[in-house]
Design a protein around this ligand. Structure first.
Ligand code: F6R
Ligand code: MG
Ligand code: MG
Length: 380
């Protein structure tokens, strides 16, 4: 029998500002979800990363199931009521619609789901992030599933030597393409290195097309047509026995990379791996956090979690992330701390340009033409 793992998340209010989804909200979610165990769900786990509430659910209903999505929607709606009562900041910010219509996609919450036949032993890692966007997984997914320097299993485990396939989304033109590594490694990198436009949605094992990883990739800011908060992503990754080992999956975060998000969703900053206790981004509303929760599935039951980034062996990564944070912060409103215009969550620049419109003047062309003294031909 197939098991579905669904992670649905939303920010429905912060204490204070955009820093933390407090326990009152998690309780409200848990109350609704708990009541659905046996009827709709096999099991669940509710947590938060910063101001985002993450609901991990297991069931037999497949992906994109109305009942499961409605359950998550109802739970987040109840949490919104509590957030409004407590006058939390941005209460209900990610629930963009007043009514539910069959699937949370397009309504604001982020969602990552996968369906598979549970193996003899099924280790899973659920990643939850805050203050960044789905393309934050591009680099670590590449390392996990395609870099033998990160994942020796690609070299030593015969069931991985055929590599992995990536479903890459073009988030501007709403298209997707399936690409195989190692054969198409360089072409894949040509796309996914561009974080402005491409985000990895799913990864499959090359040998048998088994699902290996999935990330949420809803673009909140584009959906609402105005600023409604960065779409802080979640992801599910299967581990061991023909997939990367848990340690290979986590190793992709041992050397922090820069991601977009942070203050006002307008800055590049490091992605800091943290345990659940430390997922409370406050400095300059960040820097971006990622938690890794390890589960073993037992007939759909979620055994765990093991709070994997709480390991002291990630202390160095955290130190390095903080050093990177210092370095980026020193640039203030200058690029490359500040994001390019197209990636900014919201910006006053168009308004600034508008007010300056009448004051801009053409530069007389002749004055700025340089005398051409040499060209490549002279050097031959
Ligand atoms: C980033 C984020 C925060 C807010 C910032 C301003 O994803 O959520 O950094 O952008 O605190 O928030 P507002 O505009 O609500 O005052
Ligand atoms: Mg928020
Ligand atoms: Mg958030």
């Amino acid at each position: 029998e197939k098991i579905t793992v669904s992670v649905i998340k939303a920010d429905v209010g912060g204490l204070c500002g955009h820093t933390l989804a407090p326990i009152e909200l998690l309780d409200a979610v848990e109350y609704v979800v708990e009541n659905a165990v046996d009827e709709t769900l096999i099991d669940y786990y509710v947590t938060n990363c910063g101001d985002d509430i993450d609901i991990v659910m297991t069931h037999n209903k497949g992906t994109d199931n109305d009942e499961v999505h409605k359950l998550a929607w109802d739970a987040l709606t109840d949490a919104t009521d509590v957030a409004k009562e407590l006058k939390l900041y941005g209460a209900g910010q990610d629930l963009l619609s007043d009514s539910f219509s069959g699937n949370v996609k397009g309504l604001g919450p982020g969602c990552a789901e996968m369906e598979f036949v549970e193996r003899r032993s099924e280790p899973l890692v659920v990643f939850c992030c805050d203050k960044t966007d789905p393309a934050a997984f591009n680099l670590p997914f590449y390392k996990m599933f395609s870099s033998p320097f990160n994942t020796p299993g690609l070299v030593f485990d015969p069931s991985m030597t055929e590599g992995f396939k990536y479903e890459v989304m073009d988030i501007i033109d709403h298209k997707r393409v399936l690409m195989s590594t190692p054969v198409e490694t360089y072409s894949l990198l040509a796309l996914i290195g561009n974080l402005e436009r491409y985000a990895i949605k799913r990864v499959y094992r090359g040998r048998d097309n088994e699902i290996a990883a999935v990330a949420s990739s809803e673009k909140l800011n584009m959906m609402a047509g105005e600023y409604v908060g960065k779409d802080d992503p979640v992801a599910i990754v299967r581990a061991q026995s023909g997939f990367p080992a848990v340690g290979e999956i986590l190793e992709a975060f041992a050397n922090p990379h820069l991601v977009s998000g942070w203050m006002r969703g307008c800055h590049w900053g490091p992605m800091m791996p943290v345990g659940e206790e430390d997922a409370m981004p406050s400095r300059f509303d960040g820097p971006a956090r990622i938690m890794a929760l390890g589960f073993q599935l037992s007939k759909g039951r979620l055994v765990g979690p093991n709070d994997l980034f709480a390991d002291v062996a990630f202390d160095k990564a955290r130190d390095k992330a903080l050093e990177m944070a210092e370095m980026m912060r020193s640039m203030g409103p200058f690029q490359p701390h500040r994001l390019p215009e197209s990636m900014m969550e919201y910006t006053s620049v168009p308004k600034v340009l508008k007010t300056l419109e009448s004051r801009f003047e053409e530069i007389p062309e002749n004055n700025c033409k340089l005398e051409k003294t040499t060209d490549r031909g002279d050097l031959e």
